[in-house]
Write a protein that binds this ligand. Sequence first.
Ligand code: HEC
Length: 272
Amino acid sequence: MRRLALLLLLSACPKLVPAAGDDAAVLAFSKPGGAPVTRTLAELKARVPQETWTAFDPYYQRPKTWHALPLDAVLKDAFPGEDLTAVDFVLTASDGYTVPISGARLLGGGASLAFADADGAWQPIGPKAAWPGPWYLVWKGAAQQDLTTHPRPWALARISIERFEDVFPRVVPPAGDARVQRGFQLFRAHCFQCHAINRQGGTVGPELNVPKSVTEYRDEAFLKAWIRNPFTYRVSVMPPSPQLSEDDLDALLEYLRAMATVKVPVGAPAGH
Ligand code: HEC
């Protein structure tokens, strides 16, 4: 009897039926100088193959199964012709919360856009028990659990391509010197995800510019050897960079020295 009542309730109230997502849910995409694009879940389902998979979720602290769309396919569809691994993205949630992330990270594999919780309805997430839908960014890999390197914004509203200089102005070196600029590009590609300069950037490793630039308290020989292979000094989460040439290391240090001339006060707000 009770089961019948539940069935009747479920059929009368489609929202309680194990969710396949809200087909009318909208996600916006934008880029500098381009017209914004919006896609509904129904449109995305028609354009991108769906997937259902299970992985441990660091917010829920247990394995979760998601109905999802592979993010690389979603982005390639929304930004045709764009070299997506070379640009920077900002993910914006419906409450205005923003997460900057490089295209290299976002399209490097494993990112997936969950549109429904396979357990049924969405379940509250995070310290404030927020509503994760209609889009929750999740990562598949067992090595993609760290929320600082693989952020999981929920209630996503917009994915935009942004100019790095607009999002992280305090990491940009003074204009003019080509070698400093090259070092800056190397820093962005290999270091920025873990290290902040002027309080902007990653937080896995130490800030490298304020109050003292690392070039002011470490000598050049140490810095080069450390960057090439930290493991020769200590066990570290900082990865070796055997691909960097001597010339690359020089350029990186020139960038770090240039940043020492444009420090911000230590009390400047962190983040972006
Ligand atoms: C995966 C994260 C990660 C990446 C990528 C990374 N680092 Fe680090 N780095 C760290 C951590 C964590 C430390 C803290 C020291 C330790 O692990 O022993 C560190 C320490 C350092 C230090 C200070 C060493 C000292 O003893 O004073 C320098 C300088 C540094 N990193 C430069 C770089 C540069 C340049 C790059 C890019 C080529 C880079 N790091 C890439 C995580 C990272």
